[in-house]
Design a protein around this ligand. Sequence first.
Ligand code: SF4
Ligand code: SF4
Length: 372
Amino acid sequence: MVRRAFGACAPVSLFTLGTMRALESPAQLQAVLEAALEAGINHLETAPAYGPSQRYLGRALRQLGIEPAEMLITSKLLPGCSLQQGQQQLQRTLEQLGRARLDNLAVHGLNTAEHLQWVFSGPGRDLLQWAEEEQLVGQVGFSSHGPNDLIDTAIRSKRFGFASLHLHLLDPARMHLAAQALQQGMGLMAISPADKGGQLWDPPPMLQQACAPIAPLELAYRFLIARGISTLTLGAASPDQLQWAQLLGGADGPLTASEQQALERLNQQRLDNLGDSLCGQCRACLPCPSGVPIPELLRLRNLTIGHGMERHARERYAMVGQAGHWFEQINAAACQGCNQCLPRCPHQLPIPELLADTHQRLASSPRRRLWG
Ligand code: SF4
Ligand code: SF4
C-alpha cells in the first residue's frame, strides 16, 4: 500500500484502521488488525474514549507480535483535563497499548474556543509540552468537528503536526483547510469517508446511478486521495470490510477521466433535482441571530433531494442538539423568520421556507452519536 508523509511521523498508509467498530471482543479486533496488516495498513487510530479499544489493541499487538515500527499508532486525549489528569491518562494509554512511546497524540475534539484556550494557554499547553519533552509522543495534532474558523486558527498556530478532519466528497466545506494544512507540511487524516461521509457503504439507487460504473464509496475515497489527503480512516468491523483498502491502497494518482465524468454527473444530478433551491454552501447567510446553522442544515436537504440520501440525512438531523459540541446544536425549527439572512444569500434563496421544508422532511426522534 502506498504511504504518504504525515507531518513529523514516519509515512503512513493511504488507509488507516479506525478501531471503534470492532470492539465486541478482543478476538474481533485481533482478526481485523491482522487483516489490516495483510492489506498493507501501517497506521491505526484509537482513543481512550472508544471503550475497550486500547486494551484490546494492546492485547492484539502482543498476540500478533507486531513491532512498533510495523504499526504506527495515533491515540487521543479529550481537552479540558488538568495537567496531572492528562499525564495519568497518557501513561495509561501507553500501558494499555504496550508501547513506550505513541507515534501521534491528538487533542480529541478541538471543537470550541475553550478547547483552544486549554491548548494554547491552559493545562493542555503544559501537558503537550511535557509529553514531547519526555519523548512519550512523536508529534501532537488535533481532531476537530468544530467550525472552520476554529480549525483555521489551530492550523495557523503551527503547534500541530497533523489534523483529523471531516473531509468528504459530499461535504467538501473543509477541503480548503486541508489544502492549507498540507501546504504547511501537516499530516491530514480524513475521518470516516464511508460512514460520516454519507453511509456510502449502502448508497441509495439515485447516488449509484450518478456515479456508475464507479461505486459511490470508491469515488469518495479516490476524490480524497487525489486531493493529497495523507490517509483515510476505515472503521472495519470484520476483515472483509477492508476490501476497499486492498483495492485502492495503490491508487494514488490523479482522478481518471472516468472519475472526473462521474463527479460531473454527480454535480449535474444535484442541480437537476434541486433547481434554484440548491444551497451553494457559501455561508454568506451567517450569522443567524437565532444561531441556526443554515448551511449545515440545508446541506442535509441538498443530499436528500439532490441524491436521494434521505436515510443518512434523517440520521444526521436526528443528532442535532443531542451530541454537545460534537455536532450542530440547533435545528431548523429554531428559525424565527426574521429574514435577516435573506439579503446576504447570493442565490436569493428563501431560507426560512427551505429550513421549514428541511425540518418537515427530516425531523424524527433524536439519536445519539456512536460513543461518548
Ligand atoms: S430567517 Fe431564520 S435562519 Fe434567517 S436569520 Fe432569521 S432566524 Fe436565522
Ligand atoms: S448564503 Fe445562501 S447559498 Fe450560501 S450557505 Fe447560506 S443559504 Fe446557502
